[in-house]
Design a protein around this ligand. Structure first.
Ligand code: SF4
Ligand code: SF4
Length: 565
């Protein structure tokens, strides 16, 4: 069955120039003496180093850990010694520097011992499978660098279609083309893993019709698979997710939305191969195929490059730069950006190094005023108003730019490509986006600082109230103690001064009734009689005692008296 294809709005047909770099098979890049591995080679947060200067590392060993949800681990791309963890220039349009782990290679290129999984991926919990992909450091290798495990988590959405993107629509770049020609089995094995993770009903592999060898190879390789390999007409920027989905399915991804919302997931073919290497072979992501091309380099080709290799090293391997080179671009002429130096390292998103002559790119000096021709709007694949966006960006009216859907712009460069005034429109959009993100970060920081301040203030106030309450309680207790002490002292003083006065002693015979009084009187009489009887008895006993004593003394013997003497 021939699949019906659809079209997206806009698009351009720039010269392809892919043949320049496809004349030779993929070659391994020679090992550089020093590899510079940025902690941030992907969309999201930077990884966190887990090695120190002086550590020996093996190829494939994790050297920086992914922390946070949108992050990817970084692994040593060859064996050697960590000689620095410091800021170095990284591939970025603004020529930024960022923290990198620098490895002095030992030339042995020794892999770390793989730790095979006990179960095949089909029997693993899918969450474990995704985590393996995460810890292997795999990100989208089409150029965006979004951590792949996230795109393999549909979060409860039923996935109908997994699309493998082999379109590679950007001129000059041929790394995916060569991968599809030479390593189709890796792509198919990776696609099976992805399909399993997503439980996708169908798998489509899309390839532009300017890559007939790759198409034929994949059709053959998929003979026993239920994957559909589809040739799509060449049109830039068909490799954009939303554009490719439209072409293959006629479905539109909502503005500010993601393909997963309509049950579709798109991954690059090179990402599929990387997932196969990680899951089936236990190899973390340490290298990628990079197209070295352009009229400014002597021997263009595709190299399998360990991450961190300086671009200069690769250009040297390709015969060096020609004298008429104008600039070195990372990426293609449409979406790439010029490097400030060729000592910048290759990272996970480096699909191409374009050594461009003036003839390869539009010279930046020819910029003229906008003539409001509207050509930019005609070719915009997401139906934006590029000219308006440019004005808002220049005037720093970022709110207005966002109202005009600045963030839907995929930075494809079609508008700049057709602009008769050679206005670098995409640069303005990138500038506006960067400024908006910076402002949001500042606002976030300010909000966090304000929250911290408010929390501190409330803590100080709460502690002050608690302290005051404690002091008041203590004071009350002290006052209570003093009052008690004083009462005791007064009681003791009174006791000292007072003597017992039986007459004043409290009686229980006051206020008696008449009958009670009679009983008391009777009892008193009886007690008086009893006392008289007792007194009389005591007197009798005393008299008897006296008489007996007298008699005893007169009866005592004389000898006893002498002895006593
Ligand atoms: S293509 Fe260039 S000149 Fe024409 S409207 Fe757009 S920005 Fe202006
Ligand atoms: S760069 Fe942005 S505004 Fe220009 S054509 Fe592409 S999507 Fe449209």
């Amino acid at each position: 069955m021939i699949r019906k294809l659809f079209s997206f709005k806009g698009g351009v047909h720039p010269p392809q120039n892919k043949h320049i770099s496809t004349q030779q098979p993929i070659q391994a890049a020679t090992l550089a003496k020093e590899l510079v591995l940025p902690l941030h080679q992907h969309i999201g947060e930077s990884a966190v180093p887990i090695v120190a200067v002086g550590d020996q590392v093996l190829k494939g060993q994790k050297i920086a850990r992914a922390e946070g949800y949108v992050c990817a681990s970084v692994h040593a791309s060859s064996s050697g010694t960590v000689v620095a963890i410091e800021e170095r220039p990284i591939p970025h349009p603004s020529g930024f520097s960022a923290i990198c782990i620098v490895i002095k290679t030992d030339g042995e290129d020794r892999w770390i011992e793989p730790t095979p999984e006990a179960l095949p991926y089909t029997e693993m919990p899918v969450s474990h499978l995704r985590n393996l992909i995460r810890t292997s450091g795999i990100v989208g290798l089409g150029g965006a660098g979004f951590p792949s495990y996230i795109k393999l988590n549909p979060a409860g959405v039923n996935i109908d279609t997994l699309i493998l993107n082999g379109v590679e629509c950007e001129p000059y770049i041929s790394c995916d083309d060569m991968l599809m020609r030479e390593r189709p089995e890796q792509i198919i094995a990776g696609a099976k893993i992805m399909r399993h993770a997503l439980q996708a009903k169908q798998v489509l592999i899309a390839i532009e019709d300017n890559k007939p060898e790759a198409y034929a190879t994949l059709v053959k390789a998929c003979a026993n698979e239920d994957f559909e390999v589809i040739q799509v007409p060449t049109l830039y920027p068909q490799g954009g997710e939303k554009q490719l989905i439209k072409v293959l399915t006629n479905k539109e991804v909502p503005s500010n939305g993601l393909p997963v919302q309509i049950g579709i997931v798109v991954h690059n073919v090179a990402t599929a191969a990387a997932i196969h290497n990680a899951i089936n072979l236990g190899k973390t992501l340490v290298s990628r195929i990079v197209t070295i091309t352009g009229d400014g380099v002597a021997k263009p080709c595709n190299l399998d490059v360990p991450f961190g290799t300086p671009m200069r090293h690769l250009l040297d391997q390709c015969g060096g730069l020609r004298n008429d080179v104008d600039r070195i671009v990372m990426g293609g002429p449409m979406m790439g950006f010029a490097m400030h130096s060729i000592d910048i390292p290759v990272v996970k998103t480096s699909n191409c190094i374009l050594a461009a002559t003036k003839a390869n790119v539009t010279p930046p000096s020819d910029i003229m005023p906008c003539i409001r021709c509207g050509a930019c709007a005609d070719v915009c694949p997401v139906a934006l108003l590029p000219q308006q966006l440019q004005w808002f960006a220049r005037a720093k009216e970022f709110d207005r730019a966002q109202e005009y859907n600045l963030f839907d712009c995929i930075e494809c460069g079609c508008c700049s490509y057709v602009c008769p005034s050679n206005i670098p429109l995409v640069h303005f959009y990138r500038y506006a986006k960067t400024e908006i993100w910076a402002q949001e970060r500042e606002k976030e920081k300010a909000d966090q600082a304000r929250q911290r301040h408010e929390f501190r203030q409330s803590r100080i106030e709460r502690e002050a109230v608690e302290k005051a309450a404690r002091l008041a309680k203590k004071k009350a207790a002290a006052q209570g103690d003093n009052a008690k002490k004083k009462a005791i002292q007064a009681a003791m003083a009174r006791a000292k001064t007072k003597k017992f006065d039986p007459g004043n002693a409290p009686k229980n015979t006051d206020n008696l009734s008449e009958s009670q009084q009679q009983q008391v009187n009777k009892a008193d009489e009886m007690r008086a009689k009893a006392e008289q009887i007792a007194a009389s008895r005591r007197a009798q006993a005393q008299a008897a005692m006296t008489e007996k004593t007298v008699k005893t003394n007169s009866d005592r013997p004389a000898a006893k008296k002498d002895e006593k003497k």
